[in-house]
Design a binder for this molecule. Structure first.
Ligand code: GLN
Length: 305
């Protein structure tokens, strides 16, 4: 596959969509990014990375971090099963920051890729490692090969200032006994994880273990093959919030989006992609990013379907 040529063609198709949609404005620190930025990168399973456009520009990973916290919990707990008694594996059909479902399902979030689910996973990672957000930052530095990756203090601070909704989710789940650590510390680590700044290049490389059936960049094993398969499955069914059905229909790849405008997508056994464009649709997914991934699977025939 001539990745560079494919990416050029994908970018030409998707660029007109850049600027469409709305840049996330729930915190001032994200609102300042120009909506029409566009970048895309692909990392093959040998770690070779190709890119086009703004593929080396760092942006806020936001909910893409939810993929890595789940992977790290699985890696540190040594079993895939314990986290699943505390968080489900079904699409939520509600917005990513919704509270409603928690009440009738006893504080058990529908899946790990909505905010409530990610708080439970972060809580578990905190218990397993003693420092959830630093564990993730170190992991991402190693997998991306970029030692300069860092938290964005302004974004994390802004999240905390406007964090009533996530804090409410935390206390509500805690009332059902579904958090092990104090709510403020879980929320803080969750915000730090969301605030990490990475480029498409960094994220495509860091997500490589999902295409390599659980093998890390250095060839060592992070996850069993069946665990990587399970993360990919949950990405496909839940990774793009209440648009996961539409995403499977259009793109047909495991994917995880974030309100910073990034989306990672996995072609198991072949490559990991990351696309970035900050204009979001009503569900919080990048408009140009979805268009790019749609065109990528059309051109390559590499949808999992
Ligand atoms: N930091 C954001 C929040 O907690 C992440 C949400 C997202 O990217 N969908 O609301």
């Amino acid at each position: 596959m001539d990745y560079q040529a494919v990416l050029e063609e994908v970018a030409a198709y998707a660029r007109p969509y850049a600027g469409q949609g709305q840049v996330a404005d729930y915190i001032p620190a994200l609102e300042r990014v120009a909506a029409d930025r566009f970048g895309i990168a692909v990392a093959d399973i040998n770690g070779e990375v190709y890119g086009v456009g703004d593929w080396e520009t760092p942006f806020s990973v936001q909910s893409i971090s939810k993929t890595f916290s789940l992977a790290l919990v699985m890696a540190h707990s040594g079993t895939t099963e314990d986290i699943w008694s505390r968080v489900g594996r079904e699409p939520s059909g509600t917005p990513f920051n919704s509270l409603v479902q928690l009440e009738w399902e006893n504080g058990i979030p529908r899946n790990p890729f909505i905010n409530s689910g990610a708080l439970v996973v972060t809580d578990r990672l905190q218990t397993l490692t003693g420092d959830a957000s630093t564990t993730m930052l170190h992991f991402l530095r190693e997998e991306s090969g970029n030692p300069d990756l860092a938290f964005d203090q302004a974004v994390a601070g802004s999240e905390a200032e406007h964090g009533d909704r996530n804090t409410a989710l935390g206390y509500f789940m805690s009332s059902f006994g579904n958090l092990e650590n104090p709510v403020p510390s879980v929320i803080e680590h969750y915000f730090w994880q969301c605030s990490i700044e990475m480029s498409c290049r960094d994220l495509a490389a860091a997500g490589g273990f999902l295409a390599r059936h659980g093998l890390r960049a250095d060839g060592s094993r992070l996850l069993e093959a069946r665990e990587a398969k399970r993360i990919n499955a949950v990405m496909l069914t839940c990774g793009t919030y209440d648009a996961a059905g539409e995403f499977a229909y259009r793109v047909g790849l495991p994917a995880k989006s974030g309100v910073g405008g990034g989306i990672i997508a996995v072609v198991p056994g072949r490559c990991t992609l990351c696309v970035w464009s900050p204009g979001l649709d009503a569900r919080g997914n990048s408009v140009a990013g979805a268009a790019a991934l749609d065109h990528f699977t059309t051109l390559t025939g590499w949808s999992v379907f």
